[in-house]
Design a protein around this ligand. Structure first.
Ligand SMILES: Nc1nc2c(c(=O)[nH]1)N=C([C@H](O)[C@@H](O)CO)CN2
Length: 124
């Protein structure tokens, strides 16, 4: 199973339980691992045989600029489903961090995993 990783991706979005918190956009930080459907791009050296991570980042920034969520859990689910459905990834692990929310800690948030990792060599 080959994995694309995206580390400390900064994204602007409207997020928070209280209504006032969602009025202004805030910066959240995503760490993403995306399983690839197969490893053919390692042989072909062709971008069309893999998931283009630049396109993934653009789509996440686009959707989170348009959407508003109360919970980090709901935002994380939305991002995982987008990556799996739009890019055909069989498995995604996502860490969503909200920095500077509570005094005395750097960040808080969630880590979720969706889908299934295909065993090595057992892909279409
Ligand atoms: N499990 C969660 N707890 C809390 C969340 C959340 O998204 N998931 N959010 C908040 C507030 O938005 C807080 O971050 C700022 O007011 C509180 N607890």
């Amino acid at each position: 199973m080959d994995i694309i990783f995206l580390s400390e991706v900064k994204v602007q979005t409207h997020l928070g339980v209280p209504d006032w918190e969602r009025l202004a956009a805030q910066t959240i930080i995503l760490d993403i691992e995306i399983a690839m459907p197969d490893s053919s791009s390692c042989q072909t050296d062709d971008i069309s045989d893999t998931i283009d991570y630049g396109v993934v980042v653009s789509r996440i920034r686009e959707t989170l600029a348009e959407r508003s969520f109360k919970l980090v859990e709901a935002l994380a689910e939305h991002v995982c489903q987008l990556i799996m459905h739009e890019f055909g990834a069989p498995w995604v692990k996502l860490r969503v961090a909200k920095p500077g929310i509570l005094p005395g800690l750097k960040a808080l948030g969630v880590v979720i995993e969706r889908g299934e990792k295909l065993p090595h060599g057992n892909h279409p």
